[in-house]
Design a protein around this ligand. Structure first.
Ligand SMILES: N[C@@H](CCC(=O)N[C@@H](CS)C(=O)NCC(=O)O)C(=O)O
Length: 254
């Protein structure tokens, strides 16, 4: 493979960033990660014509501003044994449909449910938003936290009612994944690890809290009890077990 100077713009806790990080690590592609505090990330993403994270800046292929585009790009340069999308059209379609479902339904629900419990917890938010970010952005976080916390609550309508709706959506997706796995298969589609598996595990990481994640999980005893109970339940479902297994067995680091 011809390695270039890849730069990955991220927010530390962002599960979409973890999706891109995992794909790069899996292919053993060296890259420089540039983590940013939310809001400040816009200065970095704008530079590369994006708004959200992740953004992958490449030398030969321009800037990729969406995690799915990043996975497709990496798939195109991956050796045959590391492909993320199957060659067979029906299997590929199935992988892409699952990836879309996880991106559009699971990811949003995980974000809203998690933030509902964490948005006022300065310590937890500092960990998720500031780890490895530039010092001046961390200073900005310290000063602006009350404002950022309020903005987030309004932007994502973080109410108890919406948190319950988000949890129901998470449970629906987990149920679907558990059903797919109930015939004993090792991966969601076909016989190999694919973008569908990677996306499910990466986007579920904030609730499954795998020990292999670079942001080491907080002990459940430190979480709000209501949150800890749900996390424990989700971790022990078939889908939860499988997400944790993928982190143990498939989350290689470059
Ligand atoms: N469709 C995008 C969604 C990415 C996304 O929603 N990223 C969130 C962080 S997890 C983000 O950047 N939010 C801040 C923003 O949109 O400015 C992708 O797959 O890359």
């Amino acid at each position: 493979m011809n390695f270039q100077n890849y730069r990955l713009i991220t927010i530390p806790i962002s599960h979409f960033s973890e999706k891109a990080r995992w794909a790069l690590d899996r292919l053993n592609i060296p890259y420089t990660e540039e983590p940013h505090v939310p809001v400040f990330h816009r200065f970095a993403t704008l530079k590369y014509d994006g708004s959200s994270v992740p953004v992958l800046a490449t030398e030969n292929h321009g800037n990729l501003v969406d995690s799915t585009d990043i996975l497709h790009y990496l798939n195109a340069i991956a050796p045959v044994d590391k492909k993320l999308y199957p060659e067979i059209p029906e299997l590929r379609k199935e992988v892409e449909e699952l990836e879309d479902l996880f991106d559009e339904k699971l990811a949003v629900a995980v974000r809203n449910w998690g933030y509902f419990y964490k948005v006022k917890d300065r310590q937890a938010m500092r960990r998720g938003w500031c780890t490895n970010t530039p010092w001046f952005e961390q200073m900005g976080f310290t000063i602006l936290f009350p404002l950022l916390s309020n903005l987030l609550q309004k932007k994502f309508q973080l109410t108890a009612e919406n948190a319950a709706k988000s949890l129901a959506e998470i449970q629906e997706v987990f149920e679907l994944v558990s059903q797919k796995l109930s015939d004993g298969r090792s991966y969601l589609v076909g016989d190999n690890f694919s973008a569908a598996d990677l996306t499910f595990a990466a986007l579920s990481a904030p609730i499954l809290m795998p020990p292999e994640h670079f942001l080491k999980p907080q002990p459940l005893s430190q979480l709000p009890p209501e949150m800890a109970i749900v996390i424990q339940e989700l971790q022990t479902t078939h889908a939860g077990n499988y997400g944790l297994r993928l982190y143990r067995e498939e989350r290689h680091f470059s």
